[in-house]
Design a protein around this ligand. Structure first.
Ligand SMILES: NC(=O)c1ccc[n+]([C@@H]2O[C@H](COP(=O)([O-])OP(=O)(O)OC[C@H]3O[C@@H](n4cnc5c(N)ncnc54)[C@H](O)[C@@H]3O)[C@@H](O)[C@H]2O)c1
Length: 293
């Protein structure tokens, strides 16, 4: 999407942190923005801080609510016309050893951090393909998904899935009017530590409560980059049609070490195996892809 002026973005988790950084960058580029967020207090604070008049619509939305997502898309179109940019950014942080994690943690974390992205795509992609104008989807992952460590099994499971989802989505949409960018942020100064305030009553059974209560007192790390920096990186990547935004250079050695382990595990291919793979790509897989078109 080369010209963002007068187009419309829909940003989930848009009332705080990285989402709000994207909202600011889009407004600076002359766009209209729908700010969707589950926390009314974040929406009120964002509305006051942005003071964007009729360029912004604020919508209370839980991204796990599929019918609600459809209603929010209708409201966006009613206010601003077709949506050109969708940022599936809403997420909850979840830190803690796997021995403290229960089914409620899995269901909540995968529901928001992966399910929210799925719901955004299922709701908005058909509308984007139907309006046919240049459009773009941005999905927020995490640097931890490509250099995994301890204490985040459900969180990084969801964030790794967002990378796979986005890669496959990009391949399916190649040649269409819809581009796809995966945002892979490192530490950013946001309110992600306020996770306890977000945990719904129906997911209350958890061994992570002491950690979430500790986080409610304030962030456990300082020195994160400003969310506005991330928002600008995302805006520029959309314009340049870049597939990935990785915010931090300092993680390169850890990412390289992770992928080196996978590369090291790949055995040399025999000629016969390579020929069989080439035949499979050209034959049955190509046939299958052509079946529905
Ligand atoms: N801050 C970091 O260091 C960092 C690093 C890597 C990835 N991320 C990812 O960036 C994204 C944004 O997080 P952030 O750091 O800006 O945190 P944040 O808490 O400041 O902002 C997230 C926003 O999402 C909203 N939200 C949470 N659950 C929601 C739901 N079910 N439906 C709708 N809105 C919901 C929150 O109310 C909040 O306003 C998340 O996906 C997070 O996992 C953050």
């Amino acid at each position: 999407m080369q010209d963002l002026r007068n187009s419309t973005a829909f940003v989930t988790g848009g009332a705080s942190g990285i989402g709000l950084g994207m909202v600011r960058a889009f407004l600076d580029s002359g766009m209209r923005v729908v700010v969707a967020d589950v926390r009314p207090d974040h929406l009120d604070a964002a509305a006051e801080a942005l003071d964007a008049g009729d360029k912004c619509l604020f919508v209370e939305l839980d991204v796990t609510d599929r019918a609600g997502m459809g209603r929010a898309a209708d409201a966006a179109e009613e206010a601003f016309g077709p949506v050109h940019i969708l940022c599936n950014n809403a997420g909850i942080g979840m830190l803690g050893d796997i021995r403290l994690v229960g089914y409620d943690d899995w269901d909540w974390c995968l529901g928001v951090n992966l399910g929210g992205v799925v719901n955004g795509i299922q709701t908005f992609l058909p509308r984007m393909l139907a309006h046919g104008r240049p459009a773009h989807i941005v999905n927020t992952s995490s640097i931890g998904a490509i250099c995994p460590g301890p204490n985040g099994v459900p969180y990084l499971t969801a964030k790794a899935a967002v990378i796979a989802l986005s890669d496959t989505l990009r391949a399916d949409l190649a040649g269409s009017n819809v581009g796809v960018t995966t945002l892979i942020p490192g530490p950013t100064a946001t309110r992600i530590h306020e996770v306890a305030a977000l945990r719904p009553e129906r997911f209350a059974r958890t061994g992570l409560k002491p950690i979430e209560d500790r986080l409610a007192a304030g962030p456990i790390f300082t020195g994160g980059i400003p969310p506005e920096t991330v928002g600008t990186m995302v805006r520029d990547a959309i314009v340049a049609e870049r597939p990935y935004v990785v915010t931090h250079g300092a993680f390169r050695p850890f990412v390289e070490a992770h992928f080196a382990q996978i590369l090291d595990a790949i055995p040399p291919a025999t000629e016969q195996e390579a020929a069989a793979l080439a035949a499979m790509m050209a034959g049955s897989l190509a046939d299958l892809a052509g079946t529905a078109s």
